[in-house]
Design a protein around this ligand. Structure first.
Ligand code: FUL
Length: 421
């Protein structure tokens, strides 16, 4: 019997991820990219009445955006094809409120295509955000007409730009409005069955409940455990039609509270420490991190933002690039032995979530001078749990699973050493 195939007596009855969800969770980090009419108007939520002539990036280079994402360790890239102002970054047939009416590339440009191509070249996933709320489109006032309009826009995006890793449906501005989600989901299933659906309709991934990029702990992968937001105990009632396994995505802009670029706002850039804190509380809690870095009105990611996001990628690699020791396996106890006593910085645990998130409680102990001492304790592991281990010296570390549904199956137990110098 394959060691990773649980036997017949296995007690796990909980939800399981789909293959597509597994692939998505393995990506761990993506770059969000808010770009559009707002970029040229120093605003976050345009009302949809800014003329298309204002959209005039002078040096737009989607390769620079995507290359930066890749270098920073991001495995996918999500572009706002249309934000709430209704301005479309691709030459849609549904409205003339798009790049086709702008001076950029004499109206022959297509930002969505340039991003799709750059993602293909860099081999990272490509995702699209299409705001349901549309403050420009006159037919928005007529729900049936707008459902048709939106279905055509979505079809253009789902069929014209190759495989999509994610379709991002933003609920903002749509409170109290019912869209034809059955039809929208049908389109996604028909044209992009592998794409994750963010948070609306019949989502396959969920919003974590804040725009700070952090997940609570534990953040279980199940719809039952999901909360309306991180600040309440109320259940996530919009997840009724979803699969029972529904991992969370943590989104946050790299400039405090600004999704779009604004002039003279570099002082809002998150510090490296803040980004690392976000990393520990998103990826380190088993969720995906979607970090927004916005191009400016030249159509380039600003130099300071590029520097910061690359610093962040480097720091993640510095801390987690080389393991001091690791193991994997089934069972309630696992031990990693090191060649010599080592000053440790982190313990990273991953379950083999193909078989569910089974671990409900665990502890870890370090062996030093012949003595075992507890160094970490937690509940959920799921895709990943990172425990920081300040000042722990050990010649071995032992994982004890204290509670689990079925036999625990650990995909990885890794130790990282403290950096010197
Ligand atoms: C929110 C929007 O209103 C913001 O402008 C931004 O797009 C963010 C990701 O989602 O709901």
């Amino acid at each position: 019997m394959n060691a990773r195939e649980p036997n017949a007596a296995d007690q796990y009855k909980g939800p399981l991820p789909s293959e597509a969800q597994l692939a998505w969770q393995d990506m761990e980090m993506g770059m969000f990219c808010h770009f559009g009419m707002n970029t040229f108007c120093d605003q976050e939520w345009g009302e949809g009445d800014d003329p298309a002539e204002k959209f005039r990036p002078t040096a737009l280079d989607a390769r620079q955006w995507v290359r930066t994402a890749k270098q920073a360790g991001m495995k996918y890239f999500v572009l706002t094809a249309k934000h709430h102002d209704g301005f479309c970054l691709w030459p849609t047939a549904t409205t003339d409120y798009s790049v086709a009416s702008s001076p950029w590339r004499d109206g022959r440009g297509d930002v969505v295509r340039e991003c799709a191509e750059a993602c293909r070249e860099e081999s990272i996933g490509f995702g699209l955000y299409l705001s349901p709320w549309d403050r420009h489109e006159p037919c928005y006032a007529d729900p049936a007409a707008y459902d048709d309009f939106y279905a055509v826009q979505l079809t253009e995006l789902l069929t014209g730009y190759g495989p999509l890793a994610e379709v991002w449906f933003d609920g903002a501005g749509s409170e109290g409005r019912a869209y034809d989600w059955a039809r929208i989901m049908e389109l996604v299933r028909e044209y992009q069955p592998e794409a994750m659906v963010f948070n609306m309709g019949a989502p396959t991934i969920r919003w974590v409940g804040n725009e700070d990029g952090v997940a609570p702990y534990p953040c279980w992968n199940t719809a039952e455990a999901a909360r309306l937001s991180m600040f309440t105990d109320a259940g996530a009632d919009w997840l009724e039609d979803t699969p029972r396994w529904i991992p969370a995505e943590c989104d946050v802009p790299i400039r405090k509270r600004q999704w779009f670029w604004h002039p003279d706002a570099e002082d809002r850039l998150l510090a490296l420490d803040e980004l690392m804190d976000i990393y520990y509380r998103s990826v380190g809690h088993g969720c995906n991190l979607l970090l927004n870095v916005s191009p400016d009105d030249r159509g380039l990611l600003p130099e300071a933002d590029v520097r910061r996001v690359l610093e962040f990628g480097d720091e993640v690699r510095r801390r987690f690039g080389h393991t001091a020791g690791q193991t994997a396996g089934e069972g309630y106890e696992l031990t990693v032995r090191l060649d010599r006593e080592t000053a440790l910085s982190h313990l990273v645990l991953m379950e083999d979530i193909r078989h569910g998130e089974r671990i409900r409680a665990y502890a870890a102990d370090a062996l030093a001078n012949g003595q075992w001492t507890e160094i970490a304790r937690g509940s959920a592991v799921g895709h990943k749990k990172i425990d920081r281990l300040p000042q722990v010296k050990a010649e071995a570390v032992r994982l004890r699973v204290l509670e689990s549904e079925g036999v625990p199956i650990v995909r990885a137990m890794r130790l990282y050493a403290e950096e010197r110098g």
